[in-house]
Design a protein. Structure first.
Length: 191
């Protein structure tokens, strides 16, 4: 098994599990949000209070759910960064790539992936220092160690670095995976 196959399979596996984890986290965040809405605005409404005056529905309102939803969305966003980067559907400037001669397109793509890799290495180092700094912080409502939340930066950067290395290998070997570039319309102001 060569390096291309190792990074290719690793990248695909990470992407597959990232997508599954995003779906699970989003489902939990959705259910928690629905529960919050029901417990705050329906069970504590004056209509329900008049029907059931002897029941205190405020016991169903948990303050930690709002914090949970916020932390789930942080993880959803950071895992989503890796998924979007893998599929090359992130925002990018395609003008240079579009108007470059064919022989330069691989070189430009390679340069972009190398720059991206350097950014991801920087984020990994910075993410690691954030984890050291936040190791003593505890979330207010849930009592979680904040390294669990801030590790989303580190995990996302590692995932993106693996995807970037796979792209570099594919570009240098010849199987180029470039961005989806739509042909520029003649009516546009770019041409």
């Amino acid at each position: 098994m060569n390096l291309k196959d190792i990074f290719g399979k690793t990248s695909e596996t990470i992407n597959k599990y990232s997508k599954m984890l995003i779906i699970i986290l989003f489902a939990v965040a959705f259910l928690a949000t629905v529960y919050q809405v029901i417990s705050r605005f329906i069970l504590q409404s004056s209509f329900v209070q008049n029907i059931f005056p002897m029941v205190d529905f405020s016991i169903f309102n948990f303050s930690w759910i709002e914090e949970l939803i916020r932390y789930l969305f942080i993880w959803i966003v950071f895992l989503g960064i890796g998924v979007v980067y893998k599929s090359k559907e992130h925002a990018q400037v395609e003008l240079l790539h579009h108007y470059s001669p064919e022989k330069w397109k691989n070189r430009i793509s390679l340069f972009i992936e190398i720059v991206n890799s350097a950014v991801f290495v920087f984020l990994i180092m910075y993410g690691w220092s954030i984890l050291k700094f936040t190791s003593q912080q505890i979330s207010p409502s849930m009592g979680l160690n904040m390294t669990l939340i801030y590790s989303a930066v580190l995990v996302s950067s590692i995932i993106c670095l693996i995807h970037a290395i796979e792209s570099v290998i594919n570009i240098t070997i010849g199987k180029r995976k470039t961005a989806k570039v739509d042909p520029i319309n003649e009516n546009s102001s770019v041409g």
